[in-house]
Design a protein around this ligand. Structure first.
Ligand code: FO1
Length: 319
């Protein structure tokens, strides 16, 4: 039976599972909607840069840099070289080919187009069959309060400071007044399965949950809802998730992640290496799916996605 799937995603980790879901759905790839974080978006040299949207878009189009997971492979930095020649300090890499995306997005946004429509157009031109939606068309900015450097913008914290400062609080500026788009609302209403990708819970998923009535809609959804742990063996698969969770007082285990999403899930996917945590996941009232969650190859991504699709269908409930 064909089902409608929604994936909530941030950047690289989320994009990997989104790709697995797209492949697993095969001819039904059009039934996948990826709802993407916009808290990392910022304006840089006048360009409207949406890193998570681009990472998901490039990944689903099969053109993302396979090593970094973001940007385009073998991109050149001539524009940045010239900026350096002008004496600019370059701390954020914008490749020459990647700039094309920022140029088109910025141009169309200045002309009044919605981020949703711009993204749909870019994805269409790249031949992506699934839908990629920003969670909102409003501007939401993740702000990072730190001990050492005061408040930093997300990319200043993440890229310029290489997530070294100690975080005391995260704020998602603009999220409360932002509204979900009608496209996001419709996708949630139609969904049979909602997957929280293994993205950073506090940096990537929380800013999605903070928009409008997202939490209430997820809590009330009739869909099967599962999250995939980005924490394996007490470590983040990528990036600062473990460091940040510790700094914010969240237990750095799959149980900590599952508890963080309190009231929003039916199931929780944790790695075989963390199988010992399954009973505590059950104690939270969640159905644990213990499997290989480390996605190295496209086959890994597809297999994990297939297992989640089967779980949602009740076929491997007791795993
Ligand atoms: N990440 C880095 O660590 N350094 C960069 O210079 C950088 C540039 C960049 C440009 C475009 C883009 O789409 C992503 C980029 N990223 C870079 C990744 C990005 O900062 C993070 O992946 C996400 O925002 C976190 O999910």
């Amino acid at each position: 039976m064909a089902i409608n799937v929604v994936a909530l995603a941030g950047g690289v980790g989320g994009a990997k599972l989104a790709l697995g879901l797209m492949h697993a759905l095969g001819p039904d790839a059009g039934r996948l909607t990826v709802i993407v974080n916009v808290g990392d978006d910022f304006e840089h040299y006048g360009f409207y840069v949406c890193t998570d949207l681009d990472t998901v878009m490039y990944t689903l189009a099969g053109i993302a840099d396979p090593l970094k997971g973001w940007g385009l492979p073998d991109d050149t930095g001539h524009t940045l070289d010239m900026l350096r020649q002008y004496g600019e300090t370059i701390w954020f890499y914008l490749g020459d080919r990647d700039l094309a995306t920022h140029i088109l997005r910025t141009m169309r946004h200045r002309a009044g187009a919605r981020l949703t429509d711009i993204t749909a157009d870019l994805c269409g031109r790249l031949g992506i069959k699934s839908r990629v939606l920003p969670v909102t068309d409003a501007r939401v900015s993740t702000l990072v309060d730190t001990v050492e450097m005061g408040t930093l913008g997300f990319q200043e914290y993440f890229v310029r400071e290489r997530w070294a400062p100690t975080v005391t609080r995260l704020r998602y500026k603009g999220a409360e007044s932002a509204r979900l788009t009608p496209e996001v609302e419709a996708a949630l209403d139609r969904a049979d399965l909602i997957v929280f990708c293994p993205s950073n819970p506090v940096l990537s998923i929380d800013p999605v949950l903070a928009v409008g009535d997202m939490r209430a809609r997820l809590a009330a959804s009739r869909a099967r809802r599962a999250a995939v742990s980005p924490i394996v063996q007490g470590m983040a698969l990528k990036g600062p998730a473990a460091k940040l969770m510790a700094e914010m007082g969240i237990e750095v285990t799959p149980v900590g992640v599952a508890a963080h999403y309190d009231g929003l899930l039916d199931g929780f996917v944790l790695d075989v290496q963390d199988a010992a945590h399954a009973p505590r996941i059950r104690e939270l009232g969640l159905d644990p799916l213990v499997t290989d969650t480390v996605m190295k190859t496209d086959e890994d991504k597809r297999r994990l996605a297939e297992e989640i699709l089967m779980w949602s269908d009740g076929k491997n409930k007791d795993l």
